[in-house]
Design a protein around this ligand. Sequence first.
Ligand SMILES: [Zn+2]
Length: 540
Amino acid sequence: MSYVVLARKYRPQFFRDVVGQPHVTKTLLNGILQQRLAHAYLLSGPRGVGKTTTARILARAVNCLTPEQGEPCGRCDRCAAALDGRAMDVLEIDAASNNSVDDIRELRNAVNYAPIEGRAKVYIVDEVHMLSKPAFNALLKTLEEPPSHAYFCLATTNPQSVPQTILSRCQRFDFRRVSAGEIAGHLRLILSKEAIPFDDAALDIIARKADGSIRDSLSLLDQVIAFSGGTALRQDAVDVAGDLRLDLHFRALGLIESHSLADAFLLDEELAKLGVDPQDYIIGMEEQIILLLQIKGVGVDRTDIPMDLKADYLHVVEKISEAELVRALQLCAAAEIDVRRNFNPRVRLQLLLVKLASLERSVQLTELIERLGRATSAPTPTPAPPKPPVSPTGITGSAQPAPKPTPAPQNPAPTPAAPPFVPTPAGADGDQLRKAQDEWERICRRLAEKHNSRANLIRFGGYPMGYANGVLRINFMSSSHLEAGRALGGALRDEYSPALGPVQFDFQLGPIPSTADDKPPEEDPAVKLLMDKLGARLVQ
Ligand SMILES: [Zn+2]
């Protein structure tokens, strides 16, 4: 018998089996039971979290001959046909490869014919944001007057790219990244059913590496089992998933407290010896710092940190201030961008570790500069004047200007901080951008009251950087920030609409005005340290 991959074998067949999306499945079940289904749904969210799976369950539920409390029975002819992919009334379209207006016109013509076997025709359009503009227009006509037998499930990883006209015709479900705890629980269930020996440390490594995606976690688990020959133990997981050992990250964070340059180089040597990929390591650092900030924000019990690690995290949290963590996160994000551009990854990692070891000194230095600026500018306590443009990376000398904002204070004041100064173009678009920047801090704070950690993340790690033709470009300093921004896209649009009117977003990875990386390189304390202590020279 051939091996069936776990992701396929354990693909949820019922709403109740979908992991981590109860806000979606409950609403759909109620809709079915009360016969109040919408004719169009937008299922948005990251990859591998169950969007298409949920759409397929819905397709079976509306055509099942003997539904059980809204769930498809899974046994009748209709269910069986759908499960085998033979159902004539369930049509799946991959918009990535069928994105032309002709493809959608075909759909428009077919949609008016009554269902062939079942009660309803269900169209599942995957990656709907990939449709061309004319195709969207054609689809819109269908969504405006859908025949009563037709249901549309539009799935997308990028809802920002779906036109507002389409969005307003859909009931929207935002699927969320599944927490590491939920993923580990799901894997535990499957391994018990399969009678495969496992330990919790392995599940934790896989769950974290899967980064919110159930599908990725299952394919990783498959790899681990295949590699080990039938177990899922910690060492198996480490060998396959390349465990980024927590202690290696904690040691880097320890540099913030120890200020030990020697430790920084020792750690770097060890990472090199272990063959740790700089990019993986830096992304892992970002995740850990975000977790630590989360602990500071909402407490350890509201994170999905495994029980046995909570004490370790709390230990680290006690020693590092929020300002230091935010600063460390900015350093990691800048390093990640450089490493992605392949600017000598090994050296970037080395520099990052050295910068962490000299972090307090640099925080103090920026505070000192700030205080000096305040003392010389005016007798009244007004915000520091905008500083002249300098390079955002601090190492290259030619990148676009991104002046330095006021540094994050050690104890954030209750009044909103002055927004960072960013040059804006003249004219109406410039006005819009300025408005967007003026509102940023306030909007993030307000969102933070509703969505807490994500909004705090984008408040520190994102900033509006451009506006043209009704599209506001917001830069994010790392992929985690970008993801948080995307997840908050709808809420951001609502918050911005009073100030900007209808607005679309272009979310990008890119530089934002940061607190220190934009000084000339020789003023950077870390670089100075390298120059002073090691005789390093700047090579432009
Ligand atoms: Zn059935």
